[in-house]
Design a protein. Structure first.
Length: 415
C-alpha cells in the first residue's frame, strides 16, 4: 500500500509540473522550446506512473511487463529532458539522444522482464540507462554552462543533476544487492480487485519521486539563468546591430585604461561611419539603413580577434577597440576592413548596394589619456575622412607624443 501512495505522488508531481511548464511555454512565453521539452518529460513520467497503478485494461499484462512499460516511458522522459538541456544551451546533441537509442533500450527492458520477474533486474537496467543518458548529456552541456556562469557557478547550478545521478546510483547498488541475495519483489503496486502486484520496490518509487522533483527544479534554475543572461545581453547590446551599446563600450574602455597601468601596451580605437547611411535612409527607408548597419557589423565581426570589441555610438557610428595594437597595425586592420566591406555589397530587395566606410583611428600607450579624448580624436579623424570624400582611413596624432613634449618656456622679462 505504501508503494501505491508513492506512485500516486509521482503521478501527481508530474501532472502539476506538466501544467506549470505548459503555462510557461504558452501564455507566459518563457523559453518556449525548453519549457515544451520539460513538459513532455513530465507527461511521459506521469503516463509511466499510470502504467504502475491498478487501472482497468492493464491487468492483462504480466506484472514485470507493466513495470517495464512504465520504466520505458520514464526513460523516454529522461531522454527528452536531456534534449531540452541541449536545446536550452544551444549545444550539439549527444549520441545518446539518437532516435534509435530509445527503441534499443525498450527492447533491453523487455528482454530483462522476460528473464527476471522480480523487478530488480528491470530497475537496475533502467537506472543504469538513466545515469548513462544524463551523464553523457551533462558532459556535453557543462562547457556551455561554464561559459555562462563560470566554473563555480556551473558547479552550483548542476549540483541537483549530480544528486539525481547519485540517487540513481544508490538505487542500482540496492538492486544489485537484492538480486545477489535473491530477495523477491516485495512492496509491489497491487490492485484493489486482487490484480497481480507490479514488482516495484517502495524505495525505488520514492527515488523516482525525488529525482523527478530535483530534475524539474534544475530546469527551473537553468531557465531563470538563461533569462538573466538574456536580460544582461539586452542591457549591454545595441538592438540594431548586436554590438555593444555606448554605455557598455565606454565601461570597457575604462577597464582597458586601468589595464594599461599594469601592462603598458598600445591600444587603438577605430570609428567607422557608413558613407551611404543617410542616402539609404532617405531613398529606401530607415529599414534599409538599419540593414546596412547590420550587414557591415557582420562583415567586421568576421575579421575580429577574440580580444577585439565592437560597439555602436548613439550617432550610428561603429567603434572598434583593438588592445595590444599600435597605430600601424590598426591601419592595416582598417584597410582590410574597408576591402571586406567593398567586396560584400548589401542585397536589398533584389538590388546590390555598394558600401564604403569613413574611418578614423587614434592610439594611446599611457593611462593618462582619457577615454573621451581617445574617442574624440577618432571622431575628428573620421570626420576628416568623410569630408575628403569617404572610403578612406585617417589617423590622429599620437597622444603620448604630445604629452611627452616639453612645456614651452615662458618669455623672460628684459633686463
Amino acid at each position: 500500500m505504501l508503494t501505491l501512495v508513492w506512485v500516486q505522488a509521482l503521478g501527481l508531481v508530474s501532472i502539476v509540473a506538466l501544467g506549470g511548464w505548459a503555462l510557461a511555454a504558452g501564455p507566459l512565453r518563457i523559453v518556449r522550446r525548453a519549457s515544451r521539452d520539460v513538459a513532455v518529460f513530465n507527461a511521459l513520467v506521469a503516463v509511466g506512473a499510470l502504467a504502475w497503478l491498478p487501472l482497468p485494461g492493464l491487468d492483462a499484462l504480466p506484472p514485470a511487463h507493466r513495470l517495464a512499460l512504465g520504466l520505458a516511458l520514464v526513460l523516454a522522459g529522461v531522454q527528452w529532458l536531456c534534449m531540452g538541456m541541449h536545446r536550452l544551451h544551444d549545444t550539439r546533441h549527444a549520441y545518446v539522444l539518437s532516435p534509435l537509442m530509445l527503441p534499443g533500450l525498450a527492447v533491453l527492458l523487455a528482454v530483462v522482464a522476460w528473464l527476471d520477474g522480480s523487478g530488480h533486474g528491470l530497475t537496475l537496467a533502467a537506472l543504469g540507462a538513466c545515469v548513462w543518458l544524463l551523464g553523457v548529456s551533462l558532459q556535453q552541456v557543462y562547457p556551455s554552462v561554464t561559459a555562462l556562469l563560470g566554473v563555480r557557478g556551473a558547479q552550483w547550478a548542476l549540483m541537483p543533476v549530480v544528486l539525481v545521478a547519485v540517487v540513481w546510483l544508490l538505487g542500482m547498488v540496492r538492486a544489485v544487492w537484492m538480486l545477489a541475495n535473491g530477495v523477491g519483489g516485495a512492496g509491489g503496486v497491487a490492485g484493489a480487485a486482487g490484480a497481480a502486484a507490479v514488482p516495484l520496490d517502495v524505495w525505488h518509487a520514492v527515488g523516482w519521486v525525488l529525482t523527478s522533483a530535483m530534475l524539474n527544479a534544475t530546469m527551473v534554475g537553468m531557465v531563470l539563468l538563461k533569462l538573466i543572461d538574456k536580460i544582461r545581453e539586452l542591457s549591454t547590446e545595441d538592438e540594431v546591430t548586436g554590438a555593444l551599446n555606448m554605455r557598455s563600450f565606454m565601461a570597457m574602455l575604462a577597464n582597458e585604461r586601468e589595464r594599461l597601468r599594469r601592462t603598458p601596451q598600445p591600444q587603438s580605437l577605430m570609428l567607422c561611419d557608413l558613407d551611404q547611411y543617410p542616402a539609404l535612409n532617405r531613398q529606401l527607408g530607415f529599414a534599409a539603413g538599419d540593414a546596412a548597419l547590420r550587414h557591415v557589423t557582420a562583415v567586421i565581426g568576421r575579421t575580429l580577434r577574440k580580444t577585439d570589441r565592437l560597439g555602436r555610438t548613439p550617432e550610428g557610428e561603429l567603434a572598434l577597440f583593438m588592445p595590444a595594437t599600435p597605430a600601424v597595425g590598426a591601419t592595416l586592420v582598417a584597410e582590410r576592413t574597408q576591402a571586406a566591406v567593398k567586396a560584400n555589397p548589401l542585397l536589398w530587395n533584389g538590388q546590390s548596394v555598394s558600401l564604403t566606410l569613413s574611418m578614423g583611428l587614434s592610439s594611446r600607450e599611457s593611462p593618462a589619456v582619457p577615454c573621451e579624448a581617445l574617442l574624440e580624436a577618432s571622431r575628428q579623424s573620421m570626420a576628416r575622412a568623410s569630408r575628403e570624400g569617404g572610403a578612406r582611413v585617417r589617423v590622429a596624432a599620437r597622444f603620448d607624443a604630445v604629452e611627452s613634449a616639453p612645456a614651452p618656456t615662458p618669455p623672460q622679462p628684459a633686463e
